[in-house]
Design a binder for this molecule. Structure first.
Ligand code: C2E
Ligand code: MG
Ligand code: MG
Ligand code: MG
Length: 285
């Protein structure tokens, strides 16, 4: 069940358009084996740019699956499926391990850059999740300040009391937490204030239209003010042009992530990108 070729000409399998239950089951089996293999699940890293200095403030780890037959699969084509089963936990643990090892490698190579990993609802429902993360840090030797975890408000709202307990344990252990996709889903001001987070990421659906749809500029401005009033660092996602970057800078947004600055890339490509930004002037500040 192959969908249209993407921009790179690679055929992509799209389970969202595959209603065949047997295919889904087969794919779940493939994913389970992929987690055990070590060349199928890979991470790409997208820089988060400090809008004041133009320098990378961190990277977000984004998972990709190189399926042996179906080819490269984007997270939206298998994360929701994994989330509907218990498979999301081993997958998240696997991603955390790759990200932590990579971050440790960068740190040892003289580039201590924080790496952010996306969590899922099931992590926040597991009272042992924080201990699991601290074990991982200990095993990899990664300092706690170099791992960041992204959660969405809907993940918290699935079971606020349990989620808050897990988030507090992570926070108390020194892990930086971020609210992803802010502005989508049901957002609760009450919970946002109670979340022990340091960062707010404004969803790209608002950011991408802020320069032409009036309402979205208002929402972005409001989100930045809200984040700052709560003492949070504010990140805008999905910046694709300089006009949007300039507008965000004007509004006092702290950090930007988007194709305009850099696409998600494999670790070795990120190394080259970083070496390039070091000799160039800061990104158009
Ligand atoms: P997210 O966490 O909000 O990640 C940002 C997504 O926006 C990424 O898509 C990134 O490639 C994309 N993006 C960044 N800049 C731009 C831009 O300028 N324009 C556009 N159009 N897109 C941009 P990606 O890598 O396909 O990931 C999609 C979602 O899949 C992520 O959204 C996240 O929710 C989920 N995801 C990715 N990796 C993981 C993972 O390891 N675990 C879990 N649980 N979810 C993951
Ligand atoms: Mg994210
Ligand atoms: Mg997001
Ligand atoms: Mg997301």
């Amino acid at each position: 069940h192959l969908a249209a070729a993407d921009a790179t000409g690679v055929q992509q399998y799209d389970p969202a358009h595959d209603t065949n239950a047997a295919h889904r089951l087969e794919l779940l089996g493939d994913l389970r084996r992929a987690i055990g293999a070590d060349d199928q699940i890979i991470l790409h890293y997208q820089p988060k740019i400090d809008l004041v200095t133009g320098r990378p403030a961190g990277v977000e780890a984004l998972v990709r699956w190189n399926h042996p037959v179906k080819g490269r699969m984007a997270p939206d084509t298998f994360i929701p499926m994994a989330e509907s089963t218990s498979l999301i936990r081993p997958l998240t643990d696997h991603v955390l391990q790759i990200a932590a090892r990579q971050a440790r490698q960068w740190q040892q190579g003289g580039t201590p850059i924080p790496v952010a990993v996306n969590l899922s609802t099931r992590c926040l429902l597991d009272p042992h999740f924080a201990d699991h993360v601290f074990d991982l840090l200990q095993r990899t030797g990664l300092p706690v300040e170099l791992l960041e975890l992204e959660v969405t408000e809907s993940m918290v709202m699935a079971d606020p009391d349990r989620a808050l307990a897990v988030l507090r344990a992570l926070h108390d252990g020194g892990i930086r937490l971020s609210v992803d996709d802010f502005g989508t889903g049901h957002s609760s001001m009450t919970y946002l204030q109670r979340l022990p987070v340091q960062e707010l990421k404004i969803d790209r659906s608002f950011v991408q239209q802020m320069t032409d749809v009036d309402g979205d500029a208002v929402l972005v401005r409001t989100a930045i003010t809200l984040g700052h009033n709560l003492g949070l660092s504010v990140v805008a996602e999905g910046i694709e042009d300089e006009e949007t970057a300039a507008a965000l800078r004007e509004l006092g947004c702290d950090i930007a992530q988007g194709y305009h600055f850099a696409r998600p890339m494999p670790a070795d490509e990120f190394d080259r990108w970083l070496a390039g930004t070091a000799v160039q002037p800061p990104v158009r500040c």
